[in-house]
Structure formats: C-alpha cells, structure tokens
Design a protein around this ligand. Structure first.
Ligand code: CUA
Length: 158
C-alpha cells in the first residue's frame, strides 16, 4: 500500500497525541494519587448511631497512621477539630445521616461526596503540619455555607 508522506506525518502526529494523552492520564493518576470512588459499602442512614462502624465517631492513631470516623449531617461534621499525625497515611471513613454532603480538605487532594446510605472512604497523607479547613462542597440546605470544620495536623507523638 502506498501512503503519501504527508498522510504518514499526520498519522504519526495523531498517534503521538493519543500516546501523550494516555501517558498524562496515567502519570496524573499515579502522581497525585487520585482514587476513583470504587469503595462501595452501604449503611442504613436512619441507624447510623446504632451501627458499630459509626456509633463512635472519632480518631484512632497508631504507628502506621490514623483512621477517622466522620458522620456528616445538616450542618456539621462530627467530630470536629481532630488531631492527626503528619507524614502518615490517614484514612477517612464517612457517612451521612440525612442528605448528600461534600467533604473537601482545602488545599489537599482529600475530597469526597458523603452520600446517605453509603460509606465513603479515602486515604491521604498530610505533608505539612497545620490547621486544615474542611468544607462541605455539595449544596445540602439553607445552612450549607456554614458547614465546615477543621483538622489539626501535627508531629506524631512518640
Ligand atoms: Cu453539607 Cu453542604
């Protein structure tokens, strides 16, 4: 088959463009540790308080990192102001007892929807100590703009 030089150039250029897009996608996924929300775990939103997974919201810290159990409802996150270790993986497990909320840790890649009936989970590592703002970024009612919280990231105590 005889393909004109000009056509070959365009074919290679289009192929290179597709390869570049794929490399960018994979590098972006690996580099910023984006985690697709594939974690499907359900919960009865009317019985969050009785569910052993969420009956006691709070933080557990050990030498490997921390786990934070968060219950979102109009218009607060419980618990608020938790203390987390820097440079260790922190796993957030969240659910809602009423409507869909958002949980965005401003300035980090920690961001998830909190949907009633489901448990949202993600793991992130804070590289800088300090106070982090958490905002609800899904419109959840008249108090939506007041739904925020803080996380305090500090050096892990020995
Ligand atoms: Cu909760 Cu907006």
């Amino acid at each position: 088959m005889n393909v004109a030089l000009y056509e070959k150039i365009w074919m290679w250029a289009a192929g290179a463009l597709i390869a570049t897009f794929l490399v960018t996608l994979v590098a972006g996924l690996a580099g910023s540790s984006l985690q697709p929300p594939s974690h499907v775990e359900t919960i009865d939103p009317a019985a969050v308080d009785q569910d052993p997974r969420f009956a006691q919201p709070g933080v557990t810290v050990d030498e490997r990192g921390a786990t934070v159990i968060v219950v979102a409802s109009m218009y607060a996150f419980v618990p608020d102001g938790v203390r987390l270790p820097v440079n260790r993986p922190v796993t957030f497990r969240l659910t809602s007892r009423d409507v869909t909320h958002g949980f965005q840790i401003v300035g980090t890649n920690g961001n998830t929807m909190v949907v009633p009936g489901y448990v949202s989970q993600f793991t992130t590592t804070f590289r800088e100590p300090g106070e982090y703002l958490v905002v609800c970024n899904e419109y959840c009612g008249v108090g939506h703009h007041n739904m925020h919280g803080t996380l305090i990231v500090e050096e892990a105590r020995p």
